[in-house]
Design a binder for this molecule. Structure first.
Ligand code: SF4
Ligand code: SF4
Length: 191
């Protein structure tokens, strides 16, 4: 037993004398130098584009002719558990009555939204979708209120784009703050 104890100590002493632990650590670091990097250079150069099933900022959509799909039925407002959607309906200019209603006001307070998607499920016309915009941090409570006009604007990431990739991106500042602009033509898989 004394011999084993003596051998164990000698092994530890030899490891210390020849810096075995340090060399092993350096070897692991050295190996990582040549392995494929998984670090994302976000937000200056790269941006993650989520899959289509992602639930980010809401979008209001139009049909192929450019007509708003939202008919101001208020079902999204009624189905929202946090009551963060406000819809005020009106008739459009066609004079066809209630069948051609559109939203006079459609507004969402993202501070209360939990991105559950119930509003999207409730929408009978597929006007309302939760999109893939996730850069929603801001320093103004007012910026968390999104209006119909803002949500009807064309989305940077088109529905047809599959997602699940890193694309090249650049950082820009506009009146809403900092924005990461994606370039979908240059992309790579995350893994
Ligand atoms: S995602 Fe959920 S919480 Fe957010 S607006 Fe829709 S229903 Fe309300
Ligand atoms: S977004 Fe859909 S559910 Fe909401 S008011 Fe418009 S049509 Fe109705």
């Amino acid at each position: 037993m004394n011999g084993n104890h003596y051998n164990l100590n000698l092994k530890d002493i030899l490891k210390k004398v020849f810096f075995v632990d340090l060399i092993q650590g350096l070897f692991i670091t050295f190996n990582y130098t040549f392995s494929k990097t998984i670090t994302l250079r976000y937000p200056d150069e790269e941006k993650w584009i989520p899959y289509r099933r992602f639930r980010g900022l809401h979008t209001l959509n139009r049909n192929k002719e450019g007509k708003e799909l939202c008919v101001g039925c208020e079902l999204c407002q009624k189905s929202c558990p946090t009551q963060c959607i406000t819809v005020v309906p009106m008739q459009d200019k066609t004079g066809k009555g209630i069948a051609d209603r559109i939203a006079y006001r459609w507004e969402i307070n993202l501070l209360r939204c939990m991105f559950c998607g119930l509003c999207e499920d409730a929408c009978p016309t597929e006007a309302l979708k939760l999109g893939r915009e996730y850069e929603l941090a801001n320093t103004s409570m007012q910026r968390s209120l999104w209006t119909k006009e803002e949500l009807l604007a064309a989305q940077e990431i088109p529905v047809e784009f599959d997602g699940g990739v890193i694309v090249r991106a650049r950082l820009e500042r506009d009146d809403k703050g900092l924005k990461v602009i994606p370039d979908m033509s240059v992309q790579k898989r995350w893994w």
